[in-house]
Design a protein around this ligand. Structure first.
Ligand code: SF4
Length: 293
């Protein structure tokens, strides 16, 4: 039962284009997602991505007024508890009947959207208003505890023009979950298939992590039957150690594998036992806590 709930991360919620509530394994509760990329554009082409090339519509614009309306309604639906009376969420187990966050996720990389700064302000305002003016104490408390999470491939974390938006996010109970899927440039190119230099991504993660603790999100999978090698794992641990040695702080690492069918048929999920073994190795080498999802 739980698996089906988690597996269904459809962006299509009712008639919405931009905002959608999901039960999130990593959020350990309800996450209200924002999709800022109706064009489905990204500067990565991860082998495990679920966006198919036919769904990429260059130039498709976001209707900000519609986004605002959808987000407000979704957040109120969640904070009021009405969500748990909806047939789709009726079976959410009691310990997960909580609203964890508004999350910049969706298709594509959210920080590439020109509307990202404006939408961060909007999410902060929606949270603030509900924290102060919500109809009941429970509602106001739930709004106060609600985070604003940026799920990012980390390619823009180091860029100066993004820093104000990141500040706003963090001042409003924000968290950053930054992708790091490899230890070597070669494996990064094989898995994330991006032209963005790997060193630049690591520098961006480090820059941010020196200011505030960051969450690292890592997906390992089986590619054409092959699992990541121990040499790759060693290189990955080395990268984590370097971030820490340079003064960065890592809250924890989220380690997961594909749980929904990716577009690329050669990519398969890793067994939970192997993920746990990898997690143990990474913690031993870096002293960083690793949660397996
Ligand atoms: S970063 Fe996310 S949206 Fe972009 S290709 Fe990878 S999985 Fe897909």
């Amino acid at each position: 039962m739980e698996l089906n709930l988690y597996q269904n991360h459809t962006r299509a919620w009712l008639q919405n284009d931009y905002a959608y509530p999901v039960l999130s394994r990593r959020a350990e509760g309800i996450s209200v997602g924002i999709n800022l990329s109706p064009a489905n554009e990204c500067n990565f082409r991860c082998v495990y991505c679920q966006v198919i090339p036919e769904q990429i519509h260059p130039g498709m614009k976001v209707d900000f007024a519609q986004l605002k309306d959808e987000l407000e309604k979704c957040v109120d639906f969640a904070l009021s508890g009405a969500i748990f009376k909806h047939p789709y969420f009726l079976e959410v187990p009691p310990h997960q009947r909580r609203i964890n966050d508004i999350a910049f996720s969706g298709n594509g990389e959210p920080t590439l959207s020109p509307l990202f700064p404006k939408t961060v302000e909007l999410a902060a305002e929606i949270r603030r208003i509900r924290m102060n003016e919500g109809p009941t104490e429970d509602f106001r408390n739930a709004a106060k505890e609600m985070k604003i999470v940026l799920i990012t491939n980390a390619t823009r974390l180091g860029q100066d023009e993004l820093q104000d938006s990141l500040d706003t996010l963090l001042e409003n109970n924000g968290e950053i979950w930054a992708k790091l899927d490899a230890g070597t440039e070669e494996y990064y190119r094989k898995i994330d298939r991006s032209l963005v230099p790997f060193d630049g991504i690591l520098a961006g993660i480090t820059r941010f992590a020196k200011r505030r603790p960051i969450v690292i999100q890592t997906l390992f999978s089986r590619m054409c039957g092959e699992v990541p090698s121990w040499e790759e794992l060693e290189a990955y641990a080395e990268r984590i150690r370097k971030i820490l040695d340079d003064g960065g702080r890592i809250r924890y690492i989220q380690l997961h594998s594909v749980c929904r069918p990716p577009i690329c048929a050669e990519v398969q999920t890793l067994e939970p036992e192997l993920l746990k073994e990898f997690a143990h190795f990474i913690t031993k080498k870096t002293g960083t806590s690793v949660k397996v999802f």
